[in-house]
Write a protein that binds this ligand. Sequence first.
Ligand code: HEM
Length: 460
Amino acid sequence: MGTSHILTLEPQYLKIVLSTGFEHYEKGEVFRDVFRSLFGTGVFNSDGEMWKFHRSITRPFFTRDRISDFEIFDRHADLVIFKLKERFSQGFAVNVQDLLSRYTMDTATEFLFGQDVKSLSGELPYPSTYKGCTPPHVHPSDKFTSAFNRAQEYSYPHGFFAKAWRLVEFWEDKVAIQREITNEFIDPLIHTALRKKRDAKEVYEVDKDDGTLLDHLVQQTDDFDVIRDEALNILLAGRDTTAALTTFVVTMLAEHPDFLARLRKDVLDTLGPNGKVNPENLREMKYLRAVLNETLRLYPSVPWNVRCSKNSVVWPALDGGKQIYIPGRTQIHYLPWLMHRRKDLWGPDAEEFDPDRFLDERVKKYLVPNPFIFLPFNAGPRICLGQQFAYNEMSTIIARLVQAFKEISLDMNSNPEAKPPAAWALGPGRRAVEKVWVKSDITAYANGGVWVKMQEADME
Ligand code: HEM
């Protein structure tokens, strides 16, 4: 369709694109156009001066103190544990992907807007094989979350058709329709925040370590659309990524009981059965961090990404090969998903799930000399703004889960359609051993969910 494309899994080239040669690359016109209906002009979907502006108004919000508010994570984690115990006591498996998406939706909306959508209060879905179930009650939060989910789902085909997507959706922009529904939730909150600012007699100062993202944004600008796009960008950037990752963590723990036992020991030795995660004890739980990193390596939430060359560039020759000429406006695709599995970069056991590789001599051998082999959060000036927030949130929910439950098992019979295609078992690589149907649109996910049962921990 008249566009040049190149695909690379080469860390040395990604270092140039994302970091050392940053000024020669951008997200680009195609990306911005394809995702405009979803992201508007927020931080995720802007380039150049516009991106700098967005990044500058958003970054101060992610200060260490503010993102270390574990109380929000903990309160919602209580509800997750309650829901799990309730459903297990009825003898059913739970789709953790659905549950953890509700968790990250509620924590993120409270953190960003000061008011959560309360999706955890809704009824969890029953296994598709349970004939006696009545359709779950429609919870008020369903409207927002389903529109939010559909907006992302409908954006993916935009990427496929590139600029031609407008022809395919000539009569209606499917994503924009969903965004109107999500706006119904966000708009009143923005109006309130702006009114609060206007009504304040003196300049309305938000405490440095207090206030929501909205409180913070209205200090920076009165532009309603900018505030709305920005808030929604951060919700989009932060919700599914963390939900996906924690879902794959639970999947891996179910598949590897020995790693679950080690993780429980790490967490219980540090926190005991009821202790809460805080910034100090988080540093001590090294195995927990290794489990998160190993999952981010094999199942990076953003498996595919793209940049566009602003002008023609030449990449250096590597390993006796040739230099590579990249014309201006070339779409440069890169896939952390595949790069993270390269045996020449990570060792012969690269396709195995083994958290110890982030703790033993393999760190010095592979990662320290070549940090660009691990890019779950991207790198350079556009590195993920929510990285620390995500580690805090993910650590809290995983620690709480292993405190409360001592065994986890997959129960994929609860939804036979969630099983990976039979042909995968004959294929190469990790596909052959996958027990869940891994798929991806903007973020990775398990098709049909991940259904699990858990055994409650004894009162230790
Ligand atoms: C496991 C969790 C997460 C992963 C794996 C992740 C990954 C990423 C990646 C790969 C990017 C780069 C996207 C690109 O440049 O095309 C990114 C950007 C971003 N992330 Fe995250 N993210 C996570 C969680 C979060 C959270 C919780 C938040 C906020 C609450 C967040 C906020 C952002 C923002 C604002 C950007 C845009 C940065 C920019 O373009 O300047 N992320 N993230």
